[in-house]
Design a protein around this ligand. Structure first.
Ligand code: FES
Length: 90
């Protein structure tokens, strides 16, 4: 199991290894709208555990090229967890 801490919420959520972070929808305060890396509502800054996330896929790379201003930012809706602990804030 992976543990995802959303700093803004002051709480953590557990998800199975290999899950998409979109599975946090409804379990934290992050808003998920399009779920296709095209709106940036789910953009977060990874403050811990970037190594515990898969590299951005083609869809996320395109979204990050449009919306990200910092290499620590990811789009949660299309981002996959490897495992371990990840902390994010928005
Ligand atoms: S929900 Fe729109 S980019 Fe993630």
């Amino acid at each position: 199991m992976a543990t995802i801490e959303v700093k803004n919420d002051g709480a953590s959520v557990e998800l199975p290894d290999g899950s998409l972070l979109a599975e946090l929808d409804g379990k934290c305060s992050i808003l998920f709208a399009c779920k296709t890396a095209s709106c940036a509502s789910c953009k977060v800054k990874v403050v811990e555990g970037m190594e515990n996330l898969e590299a951005p896929n083609e869809l996320e790379e395109a979204g990050l090229a449009t919306f990200a201003t910092d290499p620590t930012e990811r789009l949660m809706c299309v981002c996959k967890i490897k495992g371990g602990k990840i902390a994010v804030e928005y």
